[in-house]
Design a binder for this molecule. Structure first.
Ligand SMILES: Nc1ncnc2c1ncn2[C@@H]1O[C@H](COP(=O)(O)OP(=O)(O)OP(=O)(O)O)[C@@H](O)[C@H]1O
Length: 281
């Protein structure tokens, strides 16, 4: 996990008069007027939103709304046709995926992408490798620094498996883990890269209500360690229960943004989810 300190939503204004204590939030990720086209399909249409440090932001919308495309643009898989995305003040555009990971952004995928023939522990160690500093020379000659990093990496991987609740299964091949355990392992692997921002793409897909409740707790715990979370989710109850704010997409356009209760009561959102025509909303 990141050792970056979590910035409170409203930082203390030590010594400043109360009247000047204007709440400020530190932007972590800025999606600025992003349009992304696939041939004739406009998957994202002038999408704008900001993710602030320390919050859990939900990105929701019906099938085909552009949620995954937005994730892919943020993580460097796709380049926006127009507009730009900034992470920690730096443009994402033109950066390779591993560079974005090193900048502190990690993600999980809608379809689980683990190494099935590796153990749970090894899968997490692969994630942690993104930050290894050992040179090829010290690795080849097994210098003390190499062994130190090996030991620390393993301890960290075990701690992460404990954190997501599957430490007992660490020596099991990933393919032998239950579906829920695999999803947790994906999260542990993403956390092994020490992210400041964790993007979860439908982490509760296929979960029963009890598993969803446990996942909710885990997402809160992740945020409490100082990691900002962006959550794509279909399950409205889950999104409402865990997020601080929500951005809603429909047909590639942002149709609403706000607190969960505001979004839930927004007629445009209700229409988008229930398939009610705009003029009837
Ligand atoms: N690689 C691609 N090539 C062409 N069109 C694409 C591609 N990826 C996505 N699209 C299109 O872009 C639009 C947005 O898709 P996207 O997968 O981002 O939606 P989504 O909100 O994540 O949907 P779901 O909830 O079903 O995963 C859809 O019309 C989709 O068909």
């Amino acid at each position: 996990m990141s050792d970056t300190e979590q910035t409170p939503a409203v930082p203390a204004q030590a010594g400043a008069p109360a009247v000047e204590a204007v709440p400020t939030r530190e932007p972590l990720l800025e999606v600025d007027n992003v349009t992304l086209r696939f041939g004739g399909v406009v998957a994202l249409n002038e999408v704008d939103f900001t993710l602030y440090k320390g919050e859990i932001l939900g990105l929701i919308g019906p099938n085909g709304a552009g949620k995954t495309t937005c994730f892919n643009a943020m993580t460097g898989i796709y380049q926006p046709s127009e507009g730009q995305i900034r992470f920690r003040g730096q443009k994402i555009s033109g950066k390779k995926r591993h560079q974005i990971t090193r900048m502190g952004m990690a993600r999980t995928f809608q379809n689980i992408r683990l190494f099935p023939e590796m153990t749970a522990l090894e899968n997490v160690l692969v994630g942690a490798d993104a930050h290894h500093k050992t040179s090829v020379i010290s690795a080849l000659f097994r210098l003390p620094r190499y062994w130190k990093e090996e030991r620390e990496g393993r301890e960290k991987a075990e701690r992460l498996l404990e954190f997501v609740g599957i430490r007992k299964r660490m020596h099991e091949f990933a393919r032998n883990l239950s579906y829920g355990e695999q999803r947790r392992l994906e999260i542990a692997r993403a956390l092994a890269t020490d992210p400041v921002l964790l993007c979860l793409d439908e982490p509760a897909a296929g979960f029963n209500p009890a598993e969803k409740e446990e996942l909710l707790q885990l997402i809160r715990q992740i945020r409490d360690t100082g990691v900002t979370v962006l959550l794509i989710e279909h399950d409205m109850r889950l999104v409402m229960g865990v997020t601080d704010r929500i951005v809603v997409l429909e047909f590639g356009k942002k149709i609403a943004e706000g607190l969960p209760a505001e979004v839930r009561d927004n007629p445009k959102v209700i229409a988008a989810y229930l398939g009610v025509p705009d003029d009837a909303a």
